[in-house]
Design a protein around this ligand. Structure first.
Ligand code: ARG
Length: 591
């Protein structure tokens, strides 16, 4: 059990009568009473329950806090923590070195490093990455891919059953242009050479042409209709295009070490779409409107809170979700509804997570509300994220003004990493240098993404993300390299088993306590789907390690002190490695 849980448990019997009283008065009482202290100078954890309960219980918060603290002190908590009352009634807990030492013993011998496994494992479908076939997969998609992969890994590590599904856009209107171009303007040799590039070329050229030339636009639309009606030639081309695109995508996923259990793209649901629309009509959820079919407001909310209403030209109007166009075609929403039904029938998930750009938030609000009206069981969550900006604070673009391609971002990052490494360690050469550059370059891109709050727009900066000193992947990777080198310098084999960790120096306590908190911080990532909490934790850990390494000699110490410090190094190595792997970042042996 983590230290945090031990404190929660110690407080429980004491708080129960107070919480009951408050609940009877209709006060919403919290379920967690202790949190890590914001300012570690006054303690490791704090409890502010007295501030919440004092008013309804008609006491002064300071008196209530004092009373709770006295009761706690009477339970013999002093071997775990020293208590103090602060400010208007905070209880501060300073954990004893001995309690940290005991905890470290448990963490060292636990295969999950002290992380408790979910008591009730959930089945979670994670819908992420989902690029559109034959359209560019750009840096915007990187956020979904990297955040989705990391959240999936973390959920699995916490004991959940995760199903990763790549819901690619493989049936969009882009195929009209692709088909037309394929028949009139395809460079077969280029397609052989680099299929993604050639598909992109025709897509870009023809989306421009379609804007300028009504005849071409009409011809492209015709090709699309033929495809949708099952024309054999067009289906053949579409399949080939899909195959090539998947190969290209897989190359990128391999580089990123990202994988999926399923690739059930939009086209997979084609045969279900008419039944989906029918079902919604039958249930009275959807109705005809100007030749199309749409879902409207249920008229039981305030306009401001109704995602099926929009304020326009000074009044509130309907903002329905279209599920069938007037020409009989189906919408993005129809596919997403069919996908919901399929996932429910196939996997009975407890939750479905959509890791998708925040610009689609209205789509998901409407989708989720429809699911609710249908009494759909799984909990649905839109895990949204913001935009990546360039130095000019506008959406990140290449010098020539295009949206940068993911592959070229990775290439450039690796190239720049190679330069940083050459400056740092000129001895590193050949294959090893290449491998290290890959790990550092790709790790830097991923960490930049994962260390941001997912909802904030962030500015992309090569210098910042590749800095060896800073809140970066290379800094964490370098910390691991430093630990490796300690063990390399050590004479003889090193065996951690049976070593008692002793925390005497302040820097040892800081490192030891941070190590114990991996198990406390990791589950918090899933509270609001924020991998940046893990990224920040790893930075805290690396900083604690560097302070320890400066203040406490390891190789120059002896006997039990050395054994204990080496055990701290070994555990730091384990936790850093595990944490980075949950962020899908690799770490080199040397750099
Ligand atoms: N292909 C879509 C896009 O690039 C994202 C799909 C997300 N998943 C979903 N079930 N809608 O915008």
């Amino acid at each position: 059990m983590t230290i945090l849980s031990q404190l929660q448990q110690a407080l429980k019997p004491i708080l129960e009568p107070y919480l009951e009283q408050a609940a009877q008065l209709g006060v919403k009482v919290p379920h967690t009473w202790v949190s890590e202290a914001a300012d570690k100078r006054f303690g490791d954890y704090q409890c502010n329950i007295a501030m919440i309960l004092a008013k309804p219980l008609k006491q002064s918060p300071r008196d209530l806090g004092g009373a709770i603290m006295n009761e706690l002190n009477a339970t013999g908590i002093e071997s775990l923590a020293e208590l103090s009352l602060a400010g208007p009634g905070f209880i501060n807990f300073t954990i004893t070195a001995q309690a940290w030492e005991q905890q470290l013993q448990a963490v060292t011998t636990d295969e999950h490093l002290g992380v408790e496994q979910a008591a009730q494992p959930k089945t979670i479908v994670v819908d992420f990455s989902a690029p559109n076939v034959a359209k560019p997969m750009h840096v915007g998609h990187i956020r979904s891919t990297i955040i989705g992969e990391s959240l999936s890994r973390i959920a699995s590590y916490l004991g959940h059953n995760v199903i990763k599904d790549n819901h690619i856009g493989d049936w969009g209107t882009q195929f009209g242009m692709i088909l037309y171009a394929w028949k009139h303007d395809l460079d077969e040799a280029a397609l052989e050479q680099d299929s993604i590039k050639e598909l992109l070329r025709i897509y870009q050229k023809y989306s421009l042409l379609c804007k300028e030339d009504a005849e071409i636009l009409a011809a492209c639309k015709e090709e699309l209709v033929k495809l949708q009606q099952g024309d054999a030639e067009n289906l053949e081309i579409w399949k080939r295009c899909l195959e090539l695109s998947k190969q290209g995508l897989n190359q990128i996923y391999d580089r990123l070490d990202v994988s999926f259990d399923y690739w059930l793209g939009e086209s997979f649901y084609n045969d279900e779409l008419s039944a989906t629309v029918q079902l919604l009509v039958d249930k009275g959820l959807a109705r005809e409107s100007q030749g199309a079919i749409a879902v409207f407001s249920s008229e039981d909310k305030k306009n401001e809170q109704d995602c099926f209403k929009i304020h326009k030209d000074g009044e509130w109007r309907d903002n329905p979700m279209l599920i069938q166009k007037s020409d009989g075609g189906y919408n993005y929403a129809t596919t997403d509804l069919a996908t919901l039904f399929y996932r429910e029938a196939q996997w009975s998930p407890d939750e479905i997570w959509y890791v998708v750009d925040s610009r689609q938030s209205l789509h998901f609000k409407q989708l989720f509300e429809i699911a609710q009206r249908l009494d759909f069981k799984p909990k649905l969550k839109h895990i949204a994220f913001g935009t990546i900006l360039g130095q000019d604070k506008k959406p990140f673009k290449t010098r020539s003004g295009e949206t940068p391609q993911l592959a070229s971002v990775l290439d450039e990052s690796i190239e720049r990493a190679a330069q940083v490494i050459a400056d740092k360690n000129p001895d590193l050469q050949g294959v090893e240098k290449d491998q290290v550059s890959q790990m550092v370059g790709i790790g830097a891109v991923k960490f930049t993404e994962l260390s941001q709050h997912r909802l904030t727009d962030y500015i992309f900066s090569w210098e910042k993300m590749l800095a060896l000193q800073g809140d970066t992947a290379p800094y964490l990777q370098y910390s691991l390299v430093r630990i490796q080198s300690i063990f390399r310098k050590l004479e003889g084999e090193y065996e951690v088993k049976g070593v008692a960790i002793k925390l005497n120096e302040a820097a040892e306590i800081r490192l030891g306590s941070t190590l114990c908190q991996f198990a406390e911080r990791l589950p918090q990532v899933l509270d609001d789907h924020r991998p940046n909490l893990l990224a920040l934790y790893l930075l805290d850990l690396a900083k604690a390690f560097h302070s320890f390494f400066e203040a406490c000699p390891v190789l120059k110490s002896q006997g039990e002190t050395q054994a204990s410090r080496l055990a701290l190094c070994a555990l730091t190595q384990k936790v850093l490695n595990q944490g980075l792997s949950l962020l899908s970042i690799e770490a080199p042996e040397r750099m």
